[in-house]
Each structure stands twice: as structure tokens, then as C-alpha cells.
Write a protein that binds this ligand. Structure first.
Ligand code: UGA
Length: 441
């Protein structure tokens, strides 16, 4: 099938490369000439494991091309996938201007078309967007439908090639048929629903994930108050398949370019439709509280932050991603700096100053970051932090406080090296944690 992908961000580039890998002929458009220039030179502008190899093999096979022109990308296409960004507007609602621009470019593209083009929005958009786009652009020879994307940064390639499900939001049999054919070879469940349901499914998924995180974070605070360890509570409660253990990791909260903005957009959409989204508003409040609690905990251990040096391990919003947008670690580091401390940070995916904490010193190893520090804060759980030489860290640090903002470390190991350890909802000492399977001696 001939496919046009509009927008070469995480979703667009990964989707385009995955579809080309599946055998489709894909033409990706991005209006940023520097992005397209890099892609045409065989490089990628994103930090995403395995994506470079997927892109280069698909491009090498002649099935993946790039252009700055949407009009060129859609020539001969049977389907166009709109993968434009939908950032937050100042009032929290989704800013749809990039999506609308993409539709506008398709509508105004000159040149012949083989009948009406199926145009599916992969961007996360509020309920009702598809029908307003259809009302505005339907007469321009487009069959407009919704096809939300569920891939995650850090595992985007795997998620695109092995999705849990594909959601097709369409009331039009021709569009449904085209999109089913597009994804059929993945051999994954296809859910064909109305466009508005497809839009809501994406929001339901992201806001439910956010709610799980805030739930366990609230529980973590209770665990601290009563002397329990939230990692044990989450592991055993999550062993019930109705609950599940994923997205139950307590810490400094969720961030990144998706969950926070989607939550805001959903609360705003609820407001527009006269529905109070009380649970989700509380999810947001708890998420902000986690960041504030982290700063308070470090300040308490140091007797104030003025004049102190804090080492930060990890500034991306999660491990495996190179993205610092809406990153909880950046927020925590920023407030630490605003409180009079200086920050030295190390992150395996970041080599340059980070917007929001420009004054922080960017170090090239975890050891360099802790040199002379009064406290260490692990804020993104990159694997390499689990295997550091704690003896060396102890010798390099001026102080002895370790805040584990992702519960990624073994408190016993860290304490054994002479540190004071604090996690999120973790208790000190007590019953040894045992997880015994039948048959284990
Ligand atoms: C999220 C969704 O997981 C994807 O399904 C969705 O497609 C994507 O948004 C999107 O809308 O494009 P992503 O933003 O890449 O994916 O990141 P997640 O893996 O969901 O993590 C989000 C945040 O939650 C991170 O800051 C992470 O550290 C935090 N988190 C995650 C926790 O604090 N605890 C957990 O147990 C899990």
C-alpha cells in the first residue's frame, strides 16, 4: 500500500518506518528541513533505541522516503496518517494547530488523486476532533477517520511492530477497509469503533496509566506514615491479575510529553462538556505533590538547601528516553536550584545543558556528578545507576544522603556503604521481603 505520513516526530517516524518494514511504501513529510535533511542523510533526530536501524533498513530497501512537502508525500497515496504534535494550550486544552495545518496542506495539495484519500489522525486529539475535521475538510476529497497511537518512548519500535491492539475509529466502510488492510499483517487485535470512541480510547488509556501512578504515589505517602514499604505492597497487590503490577512504581511522579498534557486536555474536554473530571484533577494534584515532596525530603536531610551541592542522576522523564520535556527530574532540580543549592547532573542520554535548569553543571559520569556533593538524588532509574561503585561514590561525596526518587536502589546495599537512604514510601529495616514460589525451598 502507498502511505503518506505527515510529521516525523516519535509517532510519525516510528510508524512510517514500521509500516515500511511491513512492506508498505511510505513517504514521510515534515516541514522542518533540518529534520528531513538528517533523515535523507541516513541519520535520525530522536533518541530512540533501534529506530535508526529500522529507518535505515526500510530506507535502504527503497520503501521509506522523506520530504518537506506534504503535497509531494500524498501523491499516489491510498492513506495519509497525520502524526502532528498536540501540545497544551495555556488553558490546558489541546492545541490542535499543527493537526489543522496538516489537514490544510492535504486539502490544498495540487495534483491528481486516485479518488478520495483516507486520512487518519494518529495524534492524540480531544473527543469530537475527527467529526469537526470531517465537517471542515470532508468536501476536499478526504475520508477522515481516527487511528490513535499507543507507542511509548524508549520502546517505540517494539510497540509499533507488536502493538497490544490497533484502534480504528471510522464510520466509513471504505476507510475501515483500507486501515484494516494497512495493519492486518501485524496479526494483532483490531478494534473498529466510531471516531469519537477511538479518540476517547487513547485518552482513557493515558489517563488510567497516570491514575495508577498517582494512586501508588498516594499509597507511598501513607506507607511512609505508617512504617510500611510501598514496593512490597505494590508487588503483592499487583499479583492479582485484576490489578496487575505495571505502572505501580512509586516515585517522583509521571512526566514526559504525553501523560501530563493528555490529562490536562481531558480535564479541559470534560469542562467543555459539563462533566467534572474530579478523579483526574486529583491525579494531577498528587503528581505535582510528588515533586514537591522530593525537594522537601532532600532539604530536610540537608537542614536547608541554601549553599548546598546536590548531585542529580537522571534528568530525562524516564529511562530509555532522551526527552526532558515535562520531566519530573528537571522540575525537582529547578526547585532545588531556586532554593539556593547548586546542581551537578549526569544522564546517559543528555550531554548538553537542559532547558529549565541551564545553570546546572552537566557531568559526563555519575561519579563526576557526585564530586563534592552534599546529597545525591536519583531521579531517573537508568540501569547503570544500579551497578555503581558505592564505595567510590562515598569517597567522592562531601555528604552522605541518598534520595532514591524511583525506588531503584537496594536500601540495604546503599546503607551498608555508610549512606543515609530515603526512597519514596520505603521503610527502613523490618521484615525481610520474601516472594516465595511453590517449589522454592
Ligand atoms: C505514554 C503511554 O504509556 C503510551 O502508551 C502512549 O502512546 C504515549 O504516552 C503517548 O501518548 O504518545 P510515554 O509518554 O512514552 O508513553 O511514557 P510512559 O512509559 O507512559 O511513562 C510516563 C511517565 O510515567 C514517566 O515519567 C515514568 O517515569 C512514569 N512512571 C511510569 C511512573 O512514575 N511509575 C510507573 O510505574 C510507570
Amino acid at each position: 500500500m502507498n502511505v503518506a505520513v505527515i510529521g516525523c516526530g516519535y509517532v510519525g517516524l516510528t510508524t512510517g518506518a514500521a509500516l515500511a518494514w511491513m512492506g508498505h511504501r511510505v513517504y514521510c513529510a515534515d516541514r522542518d528541513p533540518s529534520v528531513v535533511g538528517l533523515l535523507n542523510d541516513g541519520k535520525i533526530h530522536l533518541y530512540e533505541p533501534d529506530l535508526d536501524r529500522l529507518v535505515s533498513s526500510a530506507a535502504g530497501a527503497g520503501r521509506l522516503r522523506f520530504t518537506t512537502s506534504t503535497a509531494e508525500a500524498i501523491v499516489g497515496a491510498e492513506v495519509a496518517l497525520v502524526c502532528a504534535g498536540t501540545p497544551s494550550s495555556p488553558d490546558g486544552s489541546a492545541d490542535l494547530s499543527q493537526v489543522k495545518d496538516a489537514y490544510e496542506c492535504i486539502a490544498r495539495a495540487p495534483g491528481p488523486r486516485r479518488g478520495a484519500l483516507v486520512v487518519a489522525t494518529k495524534s492524540t486529539v480531544p473527543p469530537g476532533t475527527c467529526s469537526s475535521l470531517a465537517a471542515r475538510y470532508g468536501s476536499y476529497g478526504m475520508r477522515i477517520c481516527s487511528n490513535p497511537e499507543f507507542l511509548r518512548e524508549g520502546t517505540a519500535v517494539r510497540d509499533a511492530l507488536h502493538p497490544d491492539r490497533v484502534v480504528i475509529g471510522s464510520d466509513d466502510p471504505v476507510s475501515t477497509q483500507v486501515l484494516c488492510e494497512l495493519y492486518m499483517s501485524l496479526g494483532r487485535p483490531l478494534f473498529v469503533v466510531s471516531p469519537i470512541e477511538a479518540e476517547l480510547i487513547k485518552y482513557a488509556a493515558n489517563s488510567f496509566l497516570a491514575a495508577r501512578i498517582s494512586f501508588i504515589n498516594e499509597f507511598a505517602e501513607l506507607c511512609e506514615a505508617v512504617g510500611a514499604d510501598v514496593t512490597r505492597v505494590a508487588a503483592a497487590a499487583g499479583a492479582d491479575p485484576r490489578i496487575g503490577a505495571s505502572f505501580m512504581q512509586a516515585g517522583i511522579g509521571f512526566g514526559g510529553p504525553c501523560l501530563p498534557k493528555d490529562l490536562k486536555a481531558l480535564v479541559s474536554a470534560g469542562r467543555d462538556h459539563g462533566v467534572a473530571m474530579d478523579i483526574l484533577e486529583q491525579v494531577e494534584r498528587r503528581n505535582s505533590r510528588q515533586r514537591a515532596r522530593a525537594v522537601e525530603r532532600i532539604a530536610r536531610a540537608l537542614g536547608g538547601l541554601e549553599g548546598r551541592i546536590v548531585a542529580v542522576w537522571g534528568v530525562t522523564f524516564k529511562p530509555g528516553a532522551g526527552d526532558t520535556r515535562e520531566s519530573p527530574p528537571v522540575d525537582v532540580a529547578r526547585v532545588i536550584m531556586e532554593s539556593g543549592a547548586s546542581v551537578r547532573f549526569y544522564d546517559p542520554a543528555v550531554e548538553t545543558p537542559v532547558p529549565g535548569i541551564e545553570g546546572a553543571v552537566c557531568c559526563d559520569s555519575p561519579y563526576e556528578a557526585v564530586r563534592g556533593a552534599h546529597a545525591l538524588a536519583l531521579l531517573t532509574e537508568w540501569d547503570e545507576f544500579r551497578w555503581v561503585d558505592w564505595g567510590l561514590v562515598r569517597r567522592l561525596m562531601e555528604g552522605d544522603f541518598v534520595f532514591d526518587g524511583r525506588n531503584a536502589l537496594s536500601p540495604a546495599v546503599v546503607r551498608a556503604m555508610g549512606f543515609e537512604y530515603a526512597g519514596v514510601g520505603r521503610r527502613t529495616g523490618g521484615t525481610e521481603f520474601r516472594h516465595v514460589h511453590p517449589g522454592t525451598p
